[in-house]
Design a protein around this ligand. Sequence first.
Ligand SMILES: [Zn+2]
Ligand SMILES: [Zn+2]
Length: 239
Amino acid sequence: MNAFAVDLHIHSCLSPCGEDDMTPCNIAGLGFLNGLKIMALTDHNTAKNCPAFFAACREYGIVPVPGMELTTAEDVHMVCLFPELETALAFDKLVEERRMKIRNKPAIFGEQVIMGEGDTPIGNDPWFLPAATSLSIEEGAELVRSMGGVCYPAHIDREANGLLAMLGFFPEKPVFTLAEVHDEDKRDLAVGRKILVSSDAHRLWEISDGSFCVHLDVEPEAGEEAIRKALFAMLEKRS
Ligand SMILES: [Zn+2]
Ligand SMILES: [Zn+2]
């Protein structure tokens, strides 16, 4: 087993609440400086900055994980991660059809900038991204799993859109074997589930300092695909 410093919950400038300098290249560069080995991009209800994020991570030797922070119909945030970029983009398309179309107000909520490689802006999403989708927790989890991804409740130690704050408990279905906390000392809230400590960074300085590691059955030099595969094997493991 080898330790890999990870941050699996990061927002880019495509999330309205993500600062403008949260560009794919800046995120990867900061992650590199902080010693991170694996980073996931998880914008609200979109994966459209993941292709540029992949390109940026490869420049810095970081293993990118494509993802999304899904807002369920119950207004609960779930982190959804995929082993391949293509699957994350296919999931993005399905979620797009289930999003509520409320126009974004950039002056109030912030811009939602889609980035191309090398931090070149290539578009804007006109609809307010974090709004609830019509996917329930159960439906969302089922969809992610049917596509080979993993999903788990985000920041269960937070009031805003945390599963425990919204529902008060872990539902019987779907079965979550993982849970994310923002503060490691709140790990007891997960009652026996595997814990992931992630930054939920919306600003560059919020990106994890590299202190949280996962232990994977793969060599650090094994290459991006092998490391991502080992990460998903760990995330999917039931115990
Ligand atoms: Zn959230
Ligand atoms: Zn988030």
